[in-house]
Design a protein around this ligand. Structure first.
Ligand SMILES: [Ca+2]
Ligand SMILES: [Ca+2]
Ligand SMILES: [Ca+2]
Ligand SMILES: [Ca+2]
Length: 600
């Protein structure tokens, strides 16, 4: 078996892909010039080396049947032990909450250095009275590719109509805590007791809401070293507010477009540091902007060291809350040109992310919408405005007929450039009947960033990418600790999907877990700056993003072919905001970097 045999093989494989050639009939395509070019770019410089390089590649292809090794391999439940299935509570009435979940999370609840998995389920609410017990699930990572269900011992079943999973160590005790947002119930705040069990502290903490909460984010808006909490609130909804949307003649209901429901204020809770929170939604200016919020990411769009919030709203304009530093947020979405489509229409914003995808040191934004609207990829103009590059990057064309939820910028193969994964699905399960070209279940999308483009490489990404899913939540995390980001997709009414990254070990990487001591323990808002071959790079530790989900909190920094970094700096967020620099940084493994204490 030649799979993963060498860096050259993987490089050649990718070269073949980049040239848009399938492996079928490949020998006919490969003339001597293209072989030479490919071998040269893969480090096989001599003419002599060219032929062995090609033979390795062809041997590789023959072991893989008709295609090159995929970027991702689906790990079925029979292998990973994850047997949990989401119950989508679907009824003839088509109550809206049925179609909007679920979320999921990668989190290391037992602090053993291996990512565990949380999967949110629905449960009893005003319109749903399940006859059998429905529970969310916590799966412990057994460190061998399998997981064990530890939900009941941990005490995190839920038993509410759960939506999203928001992980964060809000009490700075080193054990990751978990907040679950919900429909028709206040969020559950599960404090991790550090002994494998959690305690629901939501009443004590004072995190009580009157509306349907969806995505949330833990972030330290005032840099006092404690994580505060923003929660998206969706529309005014309840059994008494349910509206019939559908075909009156046939009496058949579909899920209403949320345009027919009223927006609601979202929530900001300030962490008091004693296990309680103060509702500052009004004082901060957050509740003034009425949301139909589905996705949120905390980021710093103007590089002033204060974390801002980008909120994707469904059927109304998106909000960009810029943190003005006195506990006050200014909503600037319209001025920043991220509120509406280019022709001035509100869209159906769902999943979001923020990352500096072009590497200029400024945080960019992404928002996924529904079909016919295109998704937006917003480049930061460095003056609190953005421009949508959907069409010039290729993202717009690829997403025109899709509806997107879970998504994230991440480095697929650790070459040092951010790529993009999107999980999709239409909210209306009857859409196949009513529309051509749009389907309820939709394909996953994987884009590789090359030059100024995001190239759709889904067809080389594995068999899961040729199927369709009712995808909603999505978390990225390295569950097997090989330094390559894996993917967990939460499907509405179906089993989740676990995709193992299969891109091989051709590139070097740093696996950084930041631990704040003066700063918040999760180091949210910290900035990593590093130099590779005298070129400077940076990454802000942004929490939130995707949809209803929480990613692996560790940062994987791809180094490409460089074996090490020249140096690595951490700019801690606060309250002191010091910078630390390290020269001897271990590569190709995970390490812990603690504020004031160095690398372990
Ligand atoms: Ca673990
Ligand atoms: Ca904790
Ligand atoms: Ca800022
Ligand atoms: Ca991995």
């Amino acid at each position: 078996m030649i799979v993963g045999r060498s860096a050259e093989t993987n490089c050649l494989k990718n070269s073949v892909y980049r040239q848009g050639r399938s492996a079928v009939g490949m020998t006919a395509y490969l003339n001597e010039a293209s072989i030479k070019t490919m071998n040269r770019s893969c480090g096989l410089r001599t003419r002599k080396a060219a032929l062995p390089g090609l033979l390795v590649l062809l041997g590789f292809l023959s072991t893989q049947g008709s295609s090159v090794a995929p970027f991702f391999v689906e790990i079925p439940s029979s292998k990973n032990g994850i047997t949990w299935v989401h119950d989508n509570a679907r009824s003839e009435k088509r109550y809206l909450p049925e179609t909007l979940g679920p979320g999921c999370a990668f989190l290391d609840y037992d602090n053993d250095g291996w990512m565990d998995i949380y999967l949110v389920n629905y449960g009893p609410c005003d319109f749903f009275k399940p006859s059998k017990r429905i529970a969310s699930a916590l799966y412990r990572n057994n460190r061998d590719g399998t997981f064990t269900d530890v939900t009941s011992k941990a005490g995190v079943e839920g038993n509410v109509f759960g939506m999203g999973a928001v992980a964060g160590d809000y009490d700075n005790d080193g054990d990751i805590d978990l907040l679950v947002t919900a429909y028709d119930h206040s969020p559950l705040l599960y404090r991790n007791k550090g002994d494998g069990t959690f305690q629901n502290e939501s009443s004590k903490a004072g995190i009580e809401t009157r509306s349907w909460t969806t995505s949330g984010v833990w972030f330290d808006y005032d840099n006092d070293g404690r994580l505060d909490l923003f929660l998206c609130s969706f529309v005014e909804y309840g059994l008494s507010r349910h509206i019939f949307c559908g075909d009156n003649k046939l009496g058949r209901a579909y899920y209403c477009i949320p345009r027919v429901f009223n927006p609601t204020p979202s929530y900001l809770f300030h962490n008091n540091g004693d296990g309680t929170f103060t509702d500052v939604s009004k004082a901060s200016g957050i509740s003034k902007a009425l949301c139909k919020g589905l996705g949120v990411v905390a980021t710093d769009i103007n590089n002033d060291g204060l974390m801002d919030l980008f909120v994707a709203n469904d059927t109304v304009q998106n909000f960009l809350f810029v943190n003005r530093g006195d506990g006050h947020f200014e909503e600037v979405g319209l001025m920043a040109e991220v509120a509406y489509s280019e022709d001035g229409r509100p869209r159906s914003g769902m999943g979001v992310d923020s990352a500096d995808f072009n590497g200029d040191g400024w945080a960019d934004l992404f928002v996924a919408n529904v079909d016919q609207e295109k998704f937006s990829i917003y480049l930061n103009n460095k003056d609190e405005t953005f421009r949508d590059l959907a069409m010039t990057t290729g993202v717009g064309q690829a997403t025109l007929l899709l509806s997107g939820w879970g998504l994230k910028f991440f480095d697929l193969d650790n070459n040092g450039v951010l790529d993009l994964f999107l999980a999709n699905g239409h909210p209306d399960d009857m859409v196949d009947v009513n529309m051509t070209k749009v389907t309820y279940k939709e394909p996953l999308l994987l884009f590789r960033q090359e030059g100024q483009k995001f190239v759709n490489v889904s067809s080389a990404a594995g068999s899961a990418f040729s199927r369709q899913y009712p995808a909603r939540g999505m978390a990225i995390g390295d569950y097997d600790n090989d330094g390559h980001a894996d993917i967990l997709v939460a499907n509405n009414g179906e089993a989740p999907l676990l995709l193992r990254n299969n891109t091989g070990q051709q590139h070097h990487w740093l696996g950084v877990r930041l631990v704040g001591t003066q700063s918040n323990r999760d180091a949210i808002g910290a900035r990593l700056v590093w130099s590779v071959g005298a070129t400077k790079h940076s990454r802000l530790k942004t929490p939130g993003g995707s949809y209803l989900s929480s990613h692996d909190p560790r940062e994987i920094i791809g180094l490409g072919t460089a074996a090490k970094v020249d140096w690595l700096e951490v700019h801690w967020p606060g309250p002191k905001g010091k910078t630390e620099r390290f020269a001897d940084v271990p590569a190709d493994r995970y390490f812990i970097l603690t504020e004031g204490k160095g690398i372990q």
